[in-house]
Design a protein around this ligand. Structure first.
Ligand code: TRP
Length: 327
């Protein structure tokens, strides 16, 4: 995946309430940072998509701020990733309307996201129904070749291809590029504190930007077996060791492995070692995040730059598309 060069990459993140966790980082953030080297990379804050479910003004604003602080904290200072807000793109939704006009109702009825929400709620709003068309606009307006997403988003990328193809066929053009998904999730096994896959919905996650005290408390709660302190332990079946492997150098891993196999090394020791590794790994991002919390204006300049670059792309796209459809 990191060998890809000269492509356009775009991904979107919805601002949610919970802070970012280690699984999010290795599954979603690190792959983008890695692939951005040598490829034009856009990271969109999909705040319009949040309106499908968040209708409290303060909550939405706070969630947005938090996600932006997290991403700007995690991106290396010299990163060329263009970060921007979906809602700041003038004409983005005008193009979405044009796409809506070439999207069959029958296709939309097949969307998993819609069917799932419909199964859960008696009444859902039209934004939930149209969600995949907005996401299509996000992707194809930027001529993205590749869209890094989690497995659950695979169908949305298929929709983006279908809708782009419909447009191209309808207007006899090759205007929109057909995107492909890039799914990296399975490369990493990351257990949560209860041993199941780390996930917000299980509440078993290790947050990146929590206080040191909170982080320690979470790490100390990781489930292990009941091998007594003095007895040797198997690192390969231990949740703590699986997590250690994400952060420790090969040499350090060997060292800890040897301690597991020897006597008198307890899970508590391993957990403290994990805590240190995590604090060291995220030292700079954590410092940056706490600095942003004190002074949000630190990220505003970069965000505005991103909004400008992305906005200009959409304005140009809009002029071309109205010409193509005869508006
Ligand atoms: N639907 C995506 C999610 O829930 C977020 C998203 C919005 C997105 N627009 C996008 C992802 C464009 C990739 C490309 O995670």
């Amino acid at each position: 995946m990191t060998k890809t060069k000269g492509k356009t990459i775009l991904t979107g993140v919805k601002p949610t309430g919970n802070g970012m966790h280690i699984g999010n980082y290795f599954w979603a953030v690190k792959p983008i940072i890695d692939i951005s080297i040598g490829n034009k990379t856009y990271l969109m804050l999909a705040d319009l998509h949040s309106l499908t479910s968040v209708h409290d003004k303060e909550t939405l604003a706070q969630n947005k701020k938090n996600v932006l602080m997290e991403y700007f904290a995690l991106l290396p200072d010299d990163s060329e990733i263009i970060v921007f807000e979906q809602s700041k793109l003038a004409r983005h939704m005008d193009i979405m309307w044009i796409l809506t006009s070439v999207t069959p109702y029958s296709l939309m009825l097949r969307a998993h996201s819609f069917k799932d929400s419909q199964a859960k709620n008696a009444d859902i709003n039209m934004a939930v129904f149209n969600y995949p068309i907005l996401m299509t606009a996000d992707i194809i307006n930027f001529d993205a070749d590749l869209v890094p997403v989690g497995k659950d988003q695979k169908q949305h990328i298929e929709f983006a291809r279908d809708i782009a193809e419909n447009f191209n066929r309808t207007y006899n053009t090759e205007f929109f590029k057909l995107p492909s998904d890039l799914i990296s999730e399975d490369l990493w096994i990351i257990p949560g504190t209860d041993g199941r896959k780390m996930s917000k919905s299980y509440g078993n996650f290790i947050p990146i930007f929590a206080s040191e005290k909170q982080l320690k408390k979470t790490i100390m709660s990781i489930v292990t077996d009941d091998t007594p302190l003095e007895a040797p332990k198997n690192p390969d079946t231990c949740n703590v060791f699986s997590l250690i492997k994400l952060f420790a150098s090969d040499e350090k891993q060997q060292e800890i492995r040897a301690k597991y196999l020897a006597w008198n090394y307890g899970y508590g020791h391993a957990k403290l070692e994990l805590l240190d590794l995590i604090l060291e790994y995220f030292k700079l991002p954590r410092e940056k995040y706490f600095a942003f919390q004190n002074d949000y204006s630190l990220i505003e300049k970069r965000l505005q730059e991103g909004n400008k670059i992305a906005g200009d792309i959409i304005s140009k796209k809009y002029l071309d598309i109205i010409h193509l459809v005869g508006l």
